[in-house]
Design a binder for this molecule. Structure first.
Ligand SMILES: [Zn+2]
Ligand SMILES: [Zn+2]
Length: 219
């Protein structure tokens, strides 16, 4: 290439870009390969541009010092690559968090529609007992317990059915199950007043057997 007279700027910079891109395997750029590897880029022959010393001749062959020629372009390219890696990392992170959020939304929607259903059917059991339709109440309560075996509201309705049928001990067994379930779930997963209500019912309905403590945490 001619070094005689200055080339038009546009052409010179285009040639510089090509030359710089062509130079590969520079050891000073090993960190870039490492960074690419860390970022999951294992593409062989990636554009490893050799970085000459600032005051050395520019690798593009212009005859100028590197710092007066392609250095800035090389550094910009590096910056772009670093930012691209960072951007990709953030995009992936955003995607991951978005998936977690959607998953939680779905779970919340499922849990709340399940709660609504239990609440509605549980209310129906209470209404049937009040109306004296105990057999229907029992059927409805048994279905509720079968479908939601861990639900303390369903257990309590079953207990109320037994009370309505004049079976206090069987009723207390249901309340005992509900209290045990609440205690297994721990704080924040049930209402203190509901637990207390059932403990009192156990004491009343089944006085010959020991009842769970009224306070959950005796300490
Ligand atoms: Zn150059
Ligand atoms: Zn309560």
């Amino acid at each position: 290439m001619s070094r005689g007279r200055p080339e038009p700027r546009a052409r010179r910079s285009e040639r510089s870009r090509r030359s710089v891109r062509k130079i590969t395997g520079g050891s000073e750029f090993a960190y870039k390969a490492k960074r690419d590897a860390e970022a999951g880029k294992t593409e062989a022959g990636a554009t490893l541009m050799q970085k000459a010393g600032r005051n050395e001749a520019c690798p593009c062959g212009s005859g100028k010092k590197f710092k007066r020629c392609c250095l800035e372009q090389v550094e910009n390219q590096e910056r772009i690559e670093r930012l691209t890696v960072e951007r990709d990392r953030l995009l992936a992170e955003r995607e991951r968090l978005e998936m977690i959020r959607k998953d939680q939304e779905t779970r919340f929607a499922e849990a709340s529609s399940e709660f609504d259903e239990i609440d509605r059917r549980s209310g129906a059991v209470v209404e049937l007992i009040k109306a004296g339709r105990v057999d229907e109440a029992e059927t409805a309560a048994r279905e509720l317990v079968a479908e939601f075996p861990d639900d303390t509201m369903a257990m309590e309705r079953m207990g109320q059915v037994y009370q309505a049928k004049g079976q206090p001990r069987a009723a207390s067994d249901e309340y005992r199950r509900a209290v045990a379930r609440m205690d297994a779930l721990g704080d924040g997963h049930f209402c203190d007043c509901c637990r207390a209500r059932m403990v009192k019912a156990i004491r009343r309905l089944d006085p010959d057997r020991p009842a769970p403590a009224l306070g959950r945490d005796p300490q």
